[in-house]
Design a protein around this ligand. Structure first.
Ligand SMILES: Nc1ncnc2c1ncn2[C@@H]1O[C@H](COP(=O)(O)OP(=O)(O)OP(=O)(O)O)[C@@H](O)[C@H]1O
Length: 227
């Protein structure tokens, strides 16, 4: 039986006092791939931020990977984040250190201490995104697509059950977007749940998945037309 990994009931999303989205009731099962689409300013990022507790859940109830978003104390947010892999449009790699040290930084910050275990893990995640030979490169020595692969590798370090990707291909050309998307598809095929916000309809048509649309302060599922 498929497990629920995200459950929202009558949720409202706020930016400060401003209501951005209302009446969100949603179930996502383990292993699903879900797109979140919508015009600029429709609330996609605000929705994603609510899922990783960057915005507090003030109204309605919600749980993600067994964390209750409604009553989540500030001190528990780092524990939730370890169960999530978060990928952003602008990669957010640390510019002053190479790829290996970007990844090592995250491992140390999340409690890893054994050097050989860290090295093994770094090699494993770089291999997953096809970047095994790039560990000694600095971010500025990599293309946008390569930087995004490293950001995805970083998101995989703590074996998250769910990846939240907020416009991961937003800064990439169409061909590179497809390459990054293939990486996300492979990760999804290994059983991980992916929620990805995007503007890229070409990707959605090429890789059809359940699609939620933010519009007029609501989120609803849309049925994709076959091309
Ligand atoms: N930090 C903030 N403080 C106050 N309001 C904000 C903040 N961030 C976003 N908003 C507002 O919330 C609304 C939704 O913004 P959000 O970034 O979630 O939209 P989006 O769909 O992700 O847009 P885009 O596609 O441009 O990234 C917008 O009206 C925006 O102005």
């Amino acid at each position: 039986m498929s497990e629920t990994i995200l459950k929202l009931q009558d949720v409202a999303v706020f930016q400060k006092e401003n209501l951005i989205l209302n009446d969100i009731t949603l179930l996502v099962k383990k292993g699903e791939f879900v797109y979140v689409i919508g015009k600029t300013g429709s609330g996609k990022s605000s929705f994603m931020k609510t899922l990783y507790a960057d915005l507090p859940l003030k109204q309605g109830t919600g749980s993600i990977v067994d964390f209750n978003l409604k009553s989540l104390p500030e001190k528990d947010i780092p524990f939730l984040r370890r169960k999530l892999g978060i990928v952003f449009q602008d990669f957010k790699l640390l510019p002053d250190r190479n790829v290996n040290n970007n990844l090592r930084f995250v491992l140390k910050a999340t409690g890893w201490t054994d050097t050989s275990k860290m090295d093994k893990k770094i090699e494993e995640v770089l291999d997953k995104v096809g970047m095994k030979t790039k560990g000694f490169k600095f971010p500025h020595e990599l293309s946008g697509g390569e930087q995004q692969r490293i950001a995805i590798a970083r998101a995989l370090l703590n074996d998250p059950e769910i990846i939240l990707a907020d416009e991961p291909t937003g800064n990439l050309d169409p061909q590179t977007s497809v390459e990054v998307m293939k990486v996300l598809q492979d990760i999804n095929q290994t059983g991980r749940t992916i929620i990805m916000s995007t503007h890229d309809y070409a990707l959605i048509l090429k890789y059809p998945h359940k699609t939620l649309k933010c519009d007029g302060g609501k989120i609803f599922e849309v049925i994709q037309k076959a091309v």
